[in-house]
Design a protein around this ligand. Structure first.
Ligand code: FNR
Ligand code: 8K6
Length: 346
């Protein structure tokens, strides 16, 4: 498993001390102003021996909120709260990117005072909000062109705020059925303007966000997470494949810090992708790729050795083992994750 402990230069600006990343993990533990707390700073700092921490998804503006107490990155207090986190991670020798999030149609007006929920099209998700089952999802309002322009500008501003808060870069959350992903799938995007109807049009908003963030903070500090396989908050449509073929081709010509597979279990194959999400992304994208989803240190190391991806993100095992990297290095047994561990930050 030596390859997990090799240093990797992402680009001229950022070198990671090893190939083990902390995957973004929503914990719903920010305070009621969506400000990160001291307990969050301690939690992240305990994991600073990973090569890179990707923060839990962090909303770029109030109407992006879909769950209780998810942190934000748009008020001075939120920026100051994150500064405490990033300082402590840096003091412990780590690096940390902010994951920039807008939940689109998975937002709920309860969290931001009853305004419209914005999405590509007026197609709602079924069901109720996790942890607040009394809240039923609403039918969203298709974002106007003006609103789309504002969203793009707000992603860029959140990226600027992230650097002000001391983050080393950002990962744009384009995965898991949230706003950016909603533009990329036919089951959530039936627009007939330049943002829908063809692969090029459906990729227009995601690429505009990427380009605006790159313009704001530079390509070296910009990463992107994508879910070409629909598995969460989204129904699959075989035509989605063409959208991701186009998008990944466009991304190949940019020099992002990395692309990150957005999946819960990478042993899951998607028939219209011809394999797993990571196999599909590797076949269309040759630059730095982060794999994730059900890997052990052994299986992740093997996947890197076989060229399936370059870096390994670890989610649930890092909740269960704050000292995951030290344990793996020492060959010690890992504590098994259980959902009950989500109740507190350890
Ligand atoms: C997640 N995941 C996730 N993904 C993301 O892009 N942003 C997020 O905020 C979250 N939040 C989150 C919370 C919890 C409790 C879980 C379990 C998962 C998905 C996560 O990053 C990762 O892809 C999966 O957990 C799969 O990796 P592991 O856990 O099998 O290593
Ligand atoms: C209240 C907590 C809200 C957390 C939301 C963040 C996303 C959590 C990710 C869970 C993903 C579960 C997906 C399960 C898909 C199984 C597919 C077979």
């Amino acid at each position: 498993m030596d390859n997990l402990f090799q240093a990797v230069a992402l680009n001229a600006s950022i070198t990671l001390k090893n190939r083990l990343l902390m995957a973004p993990l929503t914990r719903c533990m920010a305070d009621d102003e969506l400000v990160p707390t001291q307990a969050m700073a301690d939690y992240y700092a305990r994991r600073a021996d990973t090569g890179l921490i990707i923060s839990e998804a962090t909303i770029i503006r109030p109407d992006g909120q879909g769950y209780p107490n998810t942190p934000g990155l748009y008020t001075p207090a939120q920026i100051a709260g994150w500064r405490k986190v990033t300082d402590k991670v840096h003091d412990n020798g780590g690096k940390i990117f902010a994951q920039l999030w807008h939940t689109g149609r998975v937002a709920h007006p309860h969290f931001f005072g009853g305004d419209d929920v914005l999405a590509p099209s007026a197609l709602g998700v079924e069901g109720t909000v996790p942890r607040m089952r009394e809240l039923t999802y609403v039918v969203p309002k298709p974002a106007s062109k003006e609103e789309i322009e504002e969203l793009i500008a707000d992603y860029a501003q959140a990226a600027i705020n992230a650097l002000e808060a001391g983050f080393d870069g950002v990962e744009i959350h384009g995965a898991n059925g949230y706003l950016i992903d909603q533009f990329l799938h036919y089951s959530s995007n039936v627009r007939e303007d330049e943002f829908g109807g063809s692969p090029e049009n459906m990729a227009r908003f995601p690429l505009a966000v990427v380009d605006a963030v790159v313009k704001a903070i530079g390509e070296d500090r910009t990463a992107l997470r994508l879910s070409p396989g629909a598995y969460f908050n989204m129904d699959a449509d075989a035509r989605d494949r063409e959208v991701f073929d186009y998008l990944l081709g466009e991304l190949e010509s940019r020099n992002l810090a990395f692309l990150h597979v957005g999946v819960f279990d990478d042993s899951m194959a998607f028939d219209y992708l011809g394999g797993t999400a990571s196999e599909y992304m590797r076949s269309r994208y040759s630059k730095t790729l982060v794999g994730v989803g059900g890997f052990t240190p052994e299986s992740g190391s093997q996947a890197i050795a076989n060229g399936k991806f370059d870096l390994l993100a670890i989610g649930r095992p890092l909740i269960a083992n704050p000292d995951y990297v030290a344990k793996v290095r020492a060959g010690e047994a890992l504590t098994e994750y259980s959902d009950t561990m989500l109740a507190e930050l350890v």
